[in-house]
Structure formats: structure tokens, C-alpha cells
Ligand binder design. Structure first.
Ligand code: FE2
Length: 206
């Protein structure tokens, strides 16, 4: 077992827990409750095959910004980053999400089938979007929390107007709620979680 990576994965989860517990917002209590129920012991730890993606070119900028919000979490992300398996949803292509989208999008699980701990119907990870991207309307049965660690991301619920959320805000999507995310000049790094019903992937609308 890679003890350093196990230690750093635990550091990440502790930092995420502390950061979320310090906030007020819909869904945070549910994420913390479900997180506390997951097996994140040494016995449950495994190493995913590490994999990078083109969007990671923006990670240093995003981590620099995250340092201003939560230095402990930023350092923990930097510590686990080499061990992460960055992935993309299979149905997402430039044809449906816009030219260059797949070069500017990716997610990695900390807890989940491709993460350091398998989890029990629970996902927690990181999402990255490059600048000037539109992750358009989609929905899924899983309730979802986003915690953007960078500034200037824009969020839409139920196909409504996009609202800019400050760095460190949290956004909660109830089951099957339509939602979308945009970025402006600044690339986005966000922590996200699916608290249950995690087996059904997101579906784009239309
Ligand atoms: Fe979502």
C-alpha cells in the first residue's frame, strides 16, 4: 500500500469535512452525514490508475486561487493530485457541448468507484472546467452539492438565469433538478458530492 497517498487522501477528506462544516447552506449537513458513514480506513484504500487530462493545464491557477480560500484544502489537493484518475462522462463530446469542451473538462473521484475509497452509494471528488465553458442543462437522480473553490463561476437551476457564485459558495441540486454551469475568464475547480442514488449517470437535456 502507498502509505503516503493513503495519508494524503485522509488529509483531503479531513480538509473537505472541515471546510464544509464551517459553511452554512442547503445540503451540507447531508454530505457530512453521508461522508461520515463511508469506510475510509486503510483496509478500504486502493490506488486508482492515475490519469491526467488536458484541462489540468489550469490546475496550478485554480490551486493558487484555492490557497486564498482554504490553504489546507489547496495543499491537500496538490498532495493527492498525482494519484487521481481524471475522467470524463462517456456521453460528453465537443459535438454536444461545444468545440473544445472535452479539452476543458474533467472530474476525479476521491470517494467513488474510481477513487481512493469505493464508497457506498456516495461520490465525492473534484470537477474542473476551463475558461469560457458552458456545461449545459443536465440532471440526475442523485442529490448533488458543489463547492466552487475558485471565483466567478455561474450557475443555473431549472433552466433559469445564470447567477455568479462567489468563491467558496455552495450550490445544492435536489434529485432530478435541471442545472447548468458556466465559466468566464477564470477556470473553475470545485469539490462535488453525490450523496445517494449515485449509480445513474447525469443526462443532458434535449
Ligand atoms: Fe450535476
Amino acid at each position: 500500500m502507498n502509505h503516503d497517498l493513503f495519508h494524503d487522501a485522509g488529509w483531503f477528506l479531513g480538509a473537505a469535512r472541515r471546510g464544509l462544516a464551517a459553511r452554512r447552506g442547503e445540503g451540507i449537513a447531508e454530505v457530512l452525514e453521508r461522508l461520515a458513514a463511508q469506510d475510509v480506513s486503510a483496509l478500504a484504500f486502493r490506488e486508482p490508475e492515475p490519469r491526467g487530462l488536458p484541462v489540468l493545464v489550469h490546475l496550478p491557477q485554480c490551486l493558487g486561487e484555492t490557497m486564498l480560500l482554504d490553504p489546507d484544502l489547496a495543499a491537500a489537493i496538490a498532495a493527492v493530485e498525482e494519484g487521481l484518475q481524471w475522467r470524463q462522462s462517456a456521453s460528453y463530446s465537443d459535438a454536444v457541448l461545444g468545440e473544445g469542451f472535452t479539452a476543458n473538462y474533467g472530474w476525479a473521484e476521491i470517494i467513488g468507484p474510481h477513487g481512493f475509497f469505493a464508497g457506498e452509494d456516495f461520490l465525492l471528488g473534484l470537477l474542473m472546467l476551463g475558461p469560457h465553458r458552458h456545461y449545459r442543462d443536465h440532471f440526475h437522480p442523485a442529490p448533488e452539492l458543489y463547492w466552487p473553490l475558485t471565483s466567478g463561476s455561474l450557475w443555473s437551476r431549472d433552466s433559469g438565469a445564470f447567477v455568479e457564485k462567489p468563491q467558496g459558495a455552495t450550490i445544492w441540486h435536489p434529485p432530478m433538478a435541471m442545472h447548468a454551469t458556466k465559466t468566464g475568464e477564470t477556470p473553475m475547480l470545485a469539490l462535488w458530492s453525490w450523496t445517494r442514488d449515485a449509480g445513474t449517470p447525469a443526462r443532458l437535456s434535449g
